[in-house]
Design a protein around this ligand. Structure first.
Ligand SMILES: C[S@@+](CC[C@H](N)C(=O)[O-])C[C@H]1O[C@@H](n2cnc3c(N)ncnc32)[C@H](O)[C@@H]1O
Length: 232
């Protein structure tokens, strides 16, 4: 794919995150050094064999942009019958999640550190995901940055290929403008059904953990919008 910037052709895709890494804490480093080997998957361009990596046939949940994984860990504890693929690009959050998986002795979470667009394109088998979570994606509120938003036509197209027939896509955001944009994107897209009814928001799922991003939004007096989509 070719991108034109200042009349210079570039092959670099626009990313939905900025690679900035502060110092890792001792605890994050401990997690990365000791437990990545147990729960991490190296990105490559091969299709993942979920049964092989989880040693079970459980439904697969893709949690995109997990941060420190507070929500992933709670869901995985409540549902040992499911298997969770947690995707995140930043190591500090991954270090924290690794520590949590180890202390809860969970066998149903694996982590990949890479851009989810590449993972979906290369590694996720079609019709393999029972649910996809996108909770509090970075809002990119400035108009000139909207093209960086994770939820996009391209992402939706890929997810439609990857979800199983009765699969669900759950999204939450505390940015009004992003919420309106998601509704518009999904309603223009004939392949998805809004399970709350067209142009409606869903009630907050009781099982969704309140993470620090949600708390931060609430402190800013933001409302929170939830969405649940199925395949047509
Ligand atoms: C605001 S945080 C939300 C974390 C978590 N979902 C929660 O609700 O607390 C969004 C996360 O998405 C990650 N992210 C953004 N774009 C991504 C991408 N293309 N692939 C993987 N992770 C991404 C960011 O690194 C960031 O940690």
């Amino acid at each position: 794919m070719i991108f034109i910037k200042n009349n210079i052709a570039s092959t670099r895709p626009i990313r939905s995150y900025v690679k900035r890494e502060g110092r890792l804490t001792k605890s994050q480093l401990h997690g990365l050094n000791n437990y990545w080997i147990k729960y991490g998957l190296e990105y490559n361009s091969k299709i993942i064999n979920f049964e092989k990596i989880f040693k079970s046939h459980g439904p697969i949940i893709l949690d995109i942009g997990v941060g420190a994984g507070e929500s992933t860990i709670n869901h995985a504890k409540l549902h040992p019958e499911n298997n969770y693929l947690a995707v995140e690009v930043h190591r500090p959050g991954i270090g924290q999640l690794l520590n949590k998986i180890e202390s809860a002795a969970l066998k149903n979470i694996k982590i990949i550190q890479y851009d989810v667009m590449d993972i979906l394109n290369k590694q996720i088998p079609n019709r393999s995901l029972s649910q996809v979570f996108i909770f509090f994606p970075d809002p990119w509120p400035k108009k000139r940055h909207h093209k960086r938003r994770l939820v996009s036509q391209k992402l939706i197209k890929l997810l439609k290929e990857k979800l199983v027939t009765h699969g669900r896509l759950h999204i939450a955001t505390d940015w009004k403008d992003y919420a309106e944009y998601i509704i518009e994107l999904a309603s223009n897209d004939s392949g998805l059904i809004n399970l709350a009814g067209e142009n409606n928001f869903s009630p907050r799922p009781l099982w969704r953990t309140e993470t620090r991003y949600e708390c931060r939004g609430k402190k800013l007096e933001h409302k929170v919008w939830d969405f649940c989509y199925g395949l047509k």
